[in-house]
Design a protein around this ligand. Structure first.
Ligand SMILES: Cc1cc2nc3c(=O)[nH]c(=O)nc-3n(C[C@H](O)[C@H](O)[C@H](O)COP(=O)(O)OP(=O)(O)OC[C@H]3O[C@@H](n4cnc5c(N)ncnc54)[C@H](O)[C@@H]3O)c2cc1C
Length: 380
């Protein structure tokens, strides 16, 4: 994309987040949904498909451009990102990377425009950090597959039009080469979406269990070759870690701004609390860590764009930035004192929202395992 065009998009998004989304965060928290007009405006700006190639109606951004938009998106409630995050991210990219030309033509334009919402259904009650243990099955019957199983914590499931479902087509528990990916229309008979999960935070970002009972889909719903679903999932999740890390950086920046604004307005012992050096220490630590996160995300994105996508570096970014965000959120609450513990105050809500980033799309422990395994494999 022309750098000037990209700058315009980034500035438009920055203004939109500041002027339209942030003022409505409390409504989103209370109502548990992102208003339709914000969703429409997000679609008009191309947010449902910013990383989907232009030939399929997306903006076709590079990873470096994508993370810069994510820095802006991260500054507001994570519920806003969730309305388009799976479309332009892990679910949409599974098609970009592994879909047939027919599947890409059929689905990607509608995914990129936000006409349909697509969910990524990998996790199960007994397969979280260890997705190779998944038990959903896809049994071949002539020109069809029949799916049976339960998926858990599936983001956007209550509003999804399409599911990317990972199911076992052969082998037994732990055998990754027996896992395949399928595109499943949400209206297919046999699919039941459970009630929305009641969560600690991220109100407005719905998730739910999804039950598949004898769900029959045509063989053309298979994404890529049979047995390649697990590898495809790991590839898109690795790429997605840079996006998540960038969102964490944006949210950390927001929390720093909230902290500074409070520190210059609140006085104790006859002066602004920001003039107390222990408060300054917290502000300095948070700013420094957010800047470190931004720098590492930009560097890993540059490496990705050079065609040297690095699973270890992507995991380093997700690990550091999500943990960093929790520390920054904790300090933001501390700087606000009792006010930081009160409902209706932004840092209290963002503190709860930020906790999830250390858990989903691979917990911090799983990032540590990926990083260490990568180092040890390279040495042997
Ligand atoms: C709100 C929300 C939305 C989500 N959205 C989606 C979605 O859209 N699609 C989807 O497929 N999934 C989704 N998930 C699932 C998410 O990715 C999993 O929750 C996550 O991977 C952890 O799995 P688990 O919850 O089963 O925890 P477990 O795997 O049971 O982990 C429990 C604890 O054990 C630790 N642990 C596990 N294995 C190891 C190990 N080998 N070494 C060290 N520590 C370990 C973990 O780090 C964690 O601390 C979502 C989850 C939530 C909460």
């Amino acid at each position: 994309m022309d750098p000037e065009d990209f700058t315009l998009i980034r500035k438009q998004l920055q203004r939109f987040v500041r002027e339209q989304v942030i003022p409505r965060e409390d409504d989103i928290e209370t109502s548990g949904r992102v208003p339709d007009d914000l969703r429409r405006q997000a679609a008009d700006m191309g947010l449902f498909g910013f990383s989907i190639p232009q030939e399929y109606g997306g903006l076709g951004l590079t990873m470096t451009e994508e993370v810069q938009l994510a820095f802006e998106i991260g500054r507001t409630t994570p519920a806003f990102r969730t309305i388009f995050g799976t479309n332009t991210g892990i679910a949409g990219h599974l098609l970009v990377q592994a879909g047939s030309p027919e599947q890409c033509k059929q689905y990607l334009p509608a995914i990129a425009s936000g006409e349909i919402i697509v969910s990524f259904a990998l996790t199960e009650p007994d397969a979280g950090s260890d997705p190779a243990a998944l038990q959903t099955t896809a049994r071949r019957e002539g020109d069809s597959f029949v799916l049976n199983g339960t998926k858990r914590y599936i983001t956007n499931a209550p509003v999804a039009d399409l599911f990317v479902v990972f199911a076992r087509t052969s082998g037994s528990r732990g055998d990754t080469s027996g896992i395949s990916a399928f595109l499943v229309d949400a209206t297919t008979p046999g699919i039941v979406v459970g009630p929305p999960d009641v969560k600690m935070g991220q109100s407005g970002a719905p998730s739910a269990e999804v039950y598949f009972t004898d769900v029959t889909v045509p063989a053309s719903s298979l994404v890529g070759e049979e047995g390649t679903g697990f590898r495809a999932a790991m590839r898109v999740l690795s790429r997605g870690r840079l996006h998540i890390a960038a969102i964490c950086v944006g949210l950390a920046d927001r929390l720093v701004d909230e902290s500074v604004a409070f520190a210059v307005n609140r006085s104790q012992f006859g002066k602004r609390i920001g003039d107390h050096q222990l408060v300054q220490g917290m502000l300095a630590d948070s700013k420094t860590e957010a800047f470190a996160g931004r720098s590492m995300v930009l560097e890993a994105a540059r490496i990705y764009d050079d065609g040297r996508s690095d699973r270890v570096l992507n995991a380093c970014c997700k690990y550091f930035c999500s943990e960093m965000l929790s520390r920054v959120a904790d300090r933001a609450v501390q700087i606000h004192g009792g006010m930081g513990y009160m409902r209706g105050v932004a840092v209290e809500r963002l503190y709860r929202d930020s906790r999830l980033f250390r858990i989903y799309e691979g917990t911090s422990q799983i990032q540590q395992v990926i990083i260490a395994k990568g180092l040890l494999d390279a040495a042997s």
